[in-house]
Design a protein around this ligand. Structure first.
Ligand code: SF4
Length: 429
C-alpha cells in the first residue's frame, strides 16, 4: 500500500522565510518548575528540591496531583520571611534540609536543586550550594542545580535547563568509538520502547536516550555522537551537547505519521540504512497510523485552530494538524522560535500561516476573538475565560503530559483535538 500522505519537498512552499509577529508584552504561561512533573517520573532515582515559596509548592502539588504511592521525589524547601529579610543564613538552612533529606532517603542518587523566583530574589547561589554539598555527598549522590523560575523560564524550558545542567556530567565517548545515536528529550517509557524497537530493526545504533531512566545510566557523548531532538524546546541542551562535540541531525519532530517518518529517516540516512530497509521497517507502522488518523480527519478537516504560545510544541502540532488532518491554522503562536531547530517544520507549514513569537496576551486575545476559531490551544489560565465566551479550548499542558510521539500515538494525539470539539457539539445540541 502506498503512503496516503505524500511527503512534499520542503522547498518553495512553506513558511521558511515567513514574517513572524514578535510580541514582548504580558504573558500567561507556567514557569519552568512544571517540568519537574514529568522529569521526576522519567529519571527514577532523582529528586527535585525546589528552593521556593508556598506558591511554588502549590503549583507543583496542583500540577502533579496527589502522590498516593511510594515516597515523593520532589519537594519544596520553603523560603520564609526570615530568609527574605536576610535574618537567617539561607545557605546553612539549605545544607541542613539537604542533609536531612539524603540521610532519610538513601535511594536518591541524583539531587537537583531547583531555583525559583524567590531564590533568585534573595540571590541564593545554587551552583555554589550544589558544589559545596557535592563535596559532602559524592560519589553516592550527584548534586546539580538549574533554574525553573518564572523570571528566567517558561513551562517547557524547565526540562531544557535541567538537561543542560546534566550535559557536563555525561561521560566522554572515545574519539575512535563508532558513531552512536542519542535521542534527546524526555519521552514516556512506552514511546521510548517503540522507538528503540524501530531503530533496532533498522540497524541504527548504538542507541542512547537522554535523559536516561536512571541517573547511573547517563549516555556518553563525543564527536561521534549524532543526536535527534525528540522535543522542540531543548535549545540550551542542544548547544551544550554540540559544545561537547555531538552533532544534531536536523529533522521534523516525531508527531503524527509524517513527522515520525521524517524524524526516523533523518537517523536512518545518517547511519546509512538502505532506503528499502527503512521502508520495510516503517511502512506497516506508518500505514496503520494513517488508517487510524483517517477517522479523525473526517471530524477535524476544515476546522479552524488558534495556538496561544505555551509549550513550544505549537509548530510541530500545527504542521501535523494541517497536513495530516486538514485543519486550518488561524494563528500559530510560540514562546520562542528557534529557526534552526524549526527549519523542517517551518518548511512544511502551509504558506501564509500567521506566526507569532512571544506574547502580548491582550492583543492575542483580541485576535483570537476576532478569528472565532473552532478550537483554541492555550494555557489553563486562558481556557476558562475563553470557554465561558463560547470558544472550545485544549489545554497545552495536556499535550506535554500525554505520550503523543510516534506512530502508535498519532491517533491518540488527534483524539486530543476531536474530543473537545465533540463535547462542544453535544453541549450545543
Ligand atoms: S518559580 Fe516563580 S512563577 Fe514559578 S511558582 Fe514559584 S514564584 Fe511562581
Amino acid at each position: 500500500m502506498n503512503a496516503v500522505i505524500a511527503i512534499r519537498p520542503a522547498t518553495s512552499e512553506g513558511c521558511t522565510d515567513a514574517p513572524v509577529l514578535r510580541e514582548r508584552g504580558q504573558r500567561e504561561v507556567f514557569c519552568g518548575l512544571t517540568g519537574i512533573i514529568w522529569l521526576h517520573r522519567k529519571i527514577q532515582d532523582a529528586f527535585f528540591l525546589v528552593i521556593g515559596s508556598r506558591t511554588c509548592a502549590h503549583l507543583l502539588q496542583s500540577a502533579a496531583g496527589v502522590m498516593i504511592f511510594a515516597e515523593p521525589r520532589f519537594a519544596t524547601a520553603i523560603i520564609d520571611e526570615r530568609d527574605l529579610a536576610g535574618l537567617a543564613d539561607a545557605n546553612e538552612e539549605l545544607d541542613r534540609v539537604v542533609t536531612r533529606l539524603l540521610e532519610r532517603r538513601p535511594d536518591i542518587r541524583m539531587l537537583f536543586l531547583v531555583g525559583s523566583c524567590p531564590s533568585e530574589v534573595i540571590k541564593l547561589d545554587l551552583s555554589r550550594a550544589a558544589a559545596r554539598l557535592s563535596k559532602s555527598f559524592s560519589p553516592q549522590v550527584r548534586i546539580l542545580n538549574y533554574s525553573g523560575s518564572g523570571i528566567e523560564t517558561t513551562f517547557t524550558q524547565g526540562e531544557d535547563a535541567c538537561l543542560a545542567s546534566l550535559v557536563p556530567e555525561l561521560p566522554a565517548a572515545g574519539m575512535n568509538e563508532a558513531a552512536s545515536l542519542m535521542v534527546v528529550g524526555a519521552l514516556a517509557d512506552v514511546v521510548e520502547d517503540q522507538f528503540r524497537r524501530l531503530f533496532d530493526e533498522m540497524g541504527v545504533g548504538p542507541l542512547q536516550f537522554f535523559p536516561p531512566r536512571r541517573s547511573t545510566e547517563l549516555p556518553t557523548v563525543g564527536p561521534n555522537t549524532r543526536f535527534l531532538l525528540a522535543q522542540p524546546f531543548l535549545a540550551d541542551t542542544a548547544r551544550a551537547l554540540e559544545e561537547r562535540g555531538a552533532r544534531r541531525l536536523p529533522a521534523a519532530f516525531p508527531l503524527g505519521a509524517e513527522g515520525t517518518t521524517l524524524w526516523l529517516r533523518a537517523a536512518a540516512e545518517a547511519f546509512g540504512v538502505p532506503a528499502e530497509r527503512f521502508e520495510s521497517v516503517v511502512a506497516p507502522k506508518r500505514e496503520r497510523a494513517q488508517r487510524a488518523l483517517a477517522r479523525h480527519r473526517a471530524q477535524l478537516a476544515g476546522k479552524r485552530i488558534f495556538f496561544f504560545p505555551d509549550s513550544q510544541l505549537e509548530l510541530p502540532l500545527a504542521r501535523f494538524l494541517s497536513r495530516e488532518l486538514g485543519m486550518a491554522l488561524t494563528e500559530v503562536g510560540t514562546p520562542f522560535l528557534h529557526r534552526q531547530h524549526m527549519a523542517q517544520e517551518l518548511a512544511l507549514l502551509p504558506a501564509g500561516t500567521t506566526l507569532s513569537e512571544g506574547q502580548d496576551v491582550d492583543r492575542q486575545l483580541d485576535r483570537c476573538r476576532a478569528a472565532q476559531p473552532d478550537i483554541v490551544v492555550c494555557g489553563l489560565g486562558l481556557a476558562n475565560p475563553l470557554e465561558s465566551e463560547g470558544l472550545t479550548t485544549k489545554w497545552a499542558i495536556e499535550l506535554v503530559f500525554t505520550p503523543i510521539q510516534g506512530y502508535d500515538q498519532a491517533a491518540d494525539l488527534a483524539e486530543l483535538f476531536t474530543r473537545p470539539l465533540l463535547r462542544r457539539m453535544k453541549l450545543v445540541a
